[in-house]
Design a protein around this ligand. Sequence first.
Ligand SMILES: [Zn+2]
Length: 449
Amino acid sequence: MTTRILVPTPLRPHTDGKDAVDDDDIRCLQKEQTPVQPGDMVSIVPSVAGGVDTVTVDRSRTGRELPSLTHDDVRRYSRHLILPEVGVEGQRALKAARVLCVGAGGLGSPVAMYLAAAGVGTLGIVDFDVVDFSNLQRQILHGTPDVGRSKLASARDRLHGLNPDITIETHETALRSENALRLFEPYDVIVDGTDNFPTRYLVNDACVLLGKPNAYGSIFRFEGQVSVFGAANGPCYRCLYPEPPPPGLVPSCAESGVLGVLPGVIGTLQATETIKLILGIGEPLVGRFLIFDALRMRFRELKLRKDPECPVCGTHPTIRELIDYEQFCGVKPAMAEPARVDTGAMEISAVDLKARLDRGDALRIVDVREPQEYQINRIAGSVLVPLRDVPKRYHELDPNQEIVLLCKAGISSGKAADFLRSVGFARVLNLKGGILDWIDKVDPSQPKY
Ligand SMILES: [Zn+2]
């Protein structure tokens, strides 16, 4: 018989991960000493940019009466009503339910649309963004005419077009420690459609503190994860990932791409879990972590256990109120930033670069993006050396020549510049704002992504 074990080690660039030997977390076995038998499968469970008995939303706590169904409701939800597992009572429970979607983006789109279609009576949505062209590849709540509009306005129109009988509550704000508890409090289930670690930990902790289930999903390139955290006696996100990955280790979807249909799969699973929680049917993904690999078209399920040492849901919690999540995730420094060196001498603006090129200065322009990005737009005469190749290919560059590094927005090229300086390149400039600024200010003929 084979066993599968989880090992919590960040072994892949985009993981803050775990490993598994069969479906058991090695932290619940003998940790690193867990013996591995022939035939065992050891696997890493990456975190991406989450069987118990039936769990039901605690309706007694809300004190809400189940509303009756109108004739229109009966017609609209007839395919639900004839399911014995839903029926009239279940549909009334859906009508009474209040669900909050954190984010109206890739995951939030299918979540909100399916919950609206299913007749969840009140849908809250938290978002502060506007619709961008690059969202349309996967964020099916929004259409081409919505580009430039607020995502909330766009979402409200789309959802009311789908089902005018439900209430949409929009919260136009970034989710923060200061407002999360107040925003979450009136809802029965929270659906995590966030795309960054600080907000993910914030959603988790707020759900645990309020005792609300968190229908968790996350996506990265071709892979997605789904679980239900924060349920009574179930594990939370911190039981799985006590610490965030080091900042910069896990790239965002904006940096590394995501298959457009992937949030459709994962968000639909989150909506399914949400509906099951409201109806109290089936086996929720509490204590189970579902991993979807779109390229191999494979689902894997790992057992998760509540960690008694968990800082927020364990037996002796150390986190009893919301903290500063940006600081926790290392996104901003804990103390005042030390006096910085003058970056002006290390950067060049797009306009200045253009002027120097026009003047005929002998600059070597090195683009550190990925080849597929370089195909979209580039500065004429630049050479491509992807960031990951810089340490092994920097010998191709002349340390005495003045070098200008660029990437999409100036962050990765800043890292490349630091590296080149560390190996003795004296004249290295980073293009401020990257190719995006170059297109904005110098060459608007090229497409932006
Ligand atoms: Zn926990």
